[in-house]
Design a protein around this ligand. Structure first.
Ligand code: SER
Length: 317
């Protein structure tokens, strides 16, 4: 029987991915963990334990006690927060991944999932339709840790046979969970302001286009990648993944077709420099060819769905 351990389950991706894993594998097969006890209330539908990804012994004990076969390791410090405390971000992002990879090797786990990011690219990478193998010179500690992590994943696969799989997520946008400390977070916050009929101040310039993805697509991509036969996974660093691409001005325009009075102003801060170093769109041909990936949501569909569902979702919390 599959037994899945989700590390960092209380975060933006984990909150939704854990639910999808329970729907796919059953609630007995999934253990949600997070270093914050306070997120426990999100997991009424499966077991929850507190776990610090830096505590290798605690992960090891849990793997043995629960006979874990797969790990979804989602805990990380994102781009903007990482710049505030680079060494701490490096420790959490790198040591956390190495703990997981090393235990996957030791206990011969079936599979590991680990998210990478568009942050692996940098100012000298091609800006549009950025290819899988494009030159990478990340400028944030988050991007550096993700790029190094990708190579550690490939190393554990080629050297020890650990079946680790990874996706370079664009900015993730959903209405059921909030991001924390990323450069793409504005594209979640903006919908909350819109439904409250409040003006929005954006920390990026109006024309800064970035690759983004609706959460439902991100969850689907993860399930699809993890269900694919190992022989289909040709890339063991991390797959480029594309959903949509838009600027703050474009998302505001789309919101105005639902809320005509919606107003936005721009006050770029230190995150502008991070955004400027990233691609504006991504080529995901390898994911499409190797395991049949295709995104379902564009900006129009996503905006319509979020603005329809977010009010009642918040009301029922
Ligand atoms: N959403 C992330 C960030 O902004 C990028 O992977 O940091």
């Amino acid at each position: 029987m599959n037994k899945l351990l989700v590390i960092g389950a209380g975060g933006q991706l984990g909150s939704e991915l854990t639910k999808a894993l329970v729907n796919t594998h059953g609630s007995d097969a999934v253990i949600a963990t997070d270093f914050q006890e306070s997120v426990k209330s999100k997991f009424a539908y499966c077991r929850f334990k507190t776990l610090d990804v830096l505590d290798k012994d605690a992960i090891s004990n849990l793997i043995q006690a629960e006979k874990i076969t797969q790990i979804y390791h989602l805990a990380a410090i994102l781009s903007a927060n990482g710049e505030k405390n680079p060494v701490q971000a490096w420790d959490i992002n790198m040591k956390g991944l190495l703990n997981v990879l090393d235990l996957a090797k030791e206990f011969k786990l079936d599979k590991v999932f680990w998210p990478s990011s568009i942050a692996v690219f940098g100012p000298n990478s091609p800006k549009t339709n950025t290819p899988q193998d494009a030159f990478k010179n990340p400028t944030t500690v988050y991007g550096i840790s993700k790029l190094a992590g990708e190579h550690w994943c490939e190393y554990y696969y080629t050297t020890y046979g650990v079946d680790v799989r990874s996706l370079r997520f664009p900015g993730l946008i959903g209405y059921k969970s909030l991001p924390g400390g990323g450069t793409t977070d504005y594209a979640v916050d903006i919908y909350h302001k819109a439904i409250n009929e409040e003006p929005f101040t954006c920390f990026l310039q109006e024309d800064t286009a970035l690759p983004m993805m609706y959460m439902e697509d991100a969850v689907q991509a993860t399930l699809q990648l993890m269900a694919a036969p190992s022989s289909d996974i040709q890339i063991r660093t991390s797959y480029n993944l594309s959903g949509m691409s838009f600027s703050p001005q474009e998302i505001a325009e789309r919101i105005r077709s639902h809320y005509p009075e919606f107003s936005i102003q721009y006050a770029p801060d230190f995150r502008q420099k991070i955004a400027d170093s990233w691609p504006s769109s991504i080529n995901d041909d390898s994911a499409r060819n190797d395991w049949g990936w295709k995104a379902s949501f564009g900006l129009t569909e996503m905006t319509a769905e979020i603005l329809t569902k977010l009010p009642s979702y918040i009301h029922n919390l």
